[in-house]
Design a protein around this ligand. Structure first.
Ligand code: ZN
Length: 434
């Protein structure tokens, strides 16, 4: 059927009218959603004046491996105000933020003033801050070569830094990062060595593989277990382990002597999900992997600990119980933590004294050990001793300062300590009582 031209014209006009009406209606509704109806209050600190944004600042990039979650805004004086995001523990008041890692993009040659906030941590139910006059800010153009710039702790527990833009893009971090990709490079480097066997013992919450590196001869008289990176931001343990592994694979006389005495088992990165996502402490489901070792691990909430616990059970069943276990961490004290659960600890404490003396003798360690009343229930150190009969401790590398070297720690310093651990363990087993 063909409509007469006159009727067709009328229909088109009517249709246009309806469409336009709808369009106007939707435009009006859209405008009120976007810009507020006039009644809604806008956060007064929100900077809506593009003219006030410092011309030289462009962007903070967090779209890369191990970058920390954050919000930022440029205030009316051109200062970049950065709100870091806390990492929360499940069923707990504990919250942690010790990690920052992001990339500032701005005009080369300019200086960007950054103010970082949200450092009010809750640790074991108590307020704690990672900030002090020794707090470091590591910066790098390429993410590989790092140096530090001065920091200032200002009011309300905030950290201020003045970042000189040596290039258009500058990385900024709280410690020298060690990423999953760094571990993967190490694993690729060592996996075909005859002294090395790498096995996957389980997966993280997000499905990342959890490796154990066996280094040495499994029939050697002594066995040592090391775990690194149970807490996401604590990169120190990874650098230590890397230094140790490379030194033992040199093939020199010392390495041969050490590996006649002991075999090493290393879990190099326990909390890979936190490392990937740039979080400070807890696993993907808000569990602390250095807590609750006083009872069996939950397979769903703590698959990382569950896998490790099963590995210990298997080792013990096979008659290969580790003689010594060290959990590698970072804090701003640098002590070794000797926990004292109930029971006869005489032999254990005597052995720990020997270990401390050997660390002092062969490495830059001078910080010391926890006092005679120290207990930290649920830590791997205490749990292994109580539940598995494994002499264990937590070593907290100071991430602010190395007292004996009088300097801020870099990856190279931690690797250097790791390179000396071969001798420390050798002498330890010469003297310790087993
Ligand atoms: Zn830790």
């Amino acid at each position: 059927m063909v409509l007469p031209a006159k009727i067709f014209k009328k229909w088109v006009i009517l249709l246009l009218f309806i469409c336009q009406g709808n369009f106007l209606f939707f435009s009006f509704a859209g405008a009120s959603t976007l810009y507020g109806s006039g009644k809604r209050k806008i956060n007064p600190s929100l900077n809506l004046h593009p003219d006030s944004v410092q011309n030289s600042f462009e962007f903070i990039n967090t779209n890369f491996e191990n970058a920390s979650p954050l919000n930022y805004m440029v205030d009316s004086t051109g200062v970049v105000q950065i709100s870091l995001v806390y990492d929360h523990e499940r069923s707990s008041t504990n919250q942690a933020n010790s990690h920052f890692h992001f990339q500032v993009q701005a005009k080369p040659g300019s200086t960007q003033t950054l103010i970082l906030q949200n450092f009010d941590n809750v640790w074991n139910g108590r307020w704690a801050t990672p900030l002090s006059e020794k707090t470091n800010c590591y910066v790098s153009v390429d993410g590989i070569n790092w140096k530090t710039i001065p920091t200032e702790v200002i009011s309300n527990n905030r950290l201020k830094v003045k970042l000189p833009m040596e290039a258009k893009e500058m990385y900024v971090a709280s410690v020298e990062p060690y990423r999953i990709s760094d571990l993967e490079k190490l694993l690729a480097e060592i996996k075909n060595k005859p002294l090395v066997q790498i096995s996957t013992i389980g997966k993280t919450v997000e499905g990342r593989p959890l490796e154990i590196i066996r280094l040495g001869n499994p029939t050697a008289p002594y066995r040592i277990f090391l775990r690194a990176r149970a807490h996401g931001f604590e990169a120190g343990g990874n650098w230590v382990v890397q230094g140790l592994i490379r030194s033992l694979l040199k093939g020199d006389q010392n390495a041969a002597r050490y590996l006649k005495k002991y075999c090493l088992y290393i879990m190099p990165m326990a909390n890979k999900d936190a490392v990937a996502r740039g979080r400070s402490r807890f696993n993907g489901l808000g569990m602390d992997l250095n807590r609750k070792w006083d009872k069996p691990a939950d397979a769903f909430y703590s698959p990382e600990n569950y896998a490790l616990e099963n590995w210990f059970k298997t080792m013990i069943k096979q008659g290969k119980r580790p003689h010594l276990a060290i959990d590698l961490h970072n804090d701003n004290y640098g002590n070794i933590h000797i926990s004292r659960p109930a029971g006869n600890l005489e032999k254990y404490l005597a052995n720990m004294k020997i270990l401390e003396a050997q660390l002092r003798r062969h490495t830059w360690f001078t910080e010391g050990s926890t006092g005679s009343n120290f207990k930290n229930p649920g830590t791997l150190g205490e749990g292994l001793l109580e539940r598995f009969g494994i002499e264990a401790l937590v070593y907290e590398f100071n991430y602010d300062w190395i007292a004996s070297l009088k300097k801020q720690p870099f990856g190279k310093d931690w690797e250097a300590l790791g390179e000396k651990l071969g001798e420390v363990f050798y002498q330890y087993f010469n003297e310790a009582n087993y």
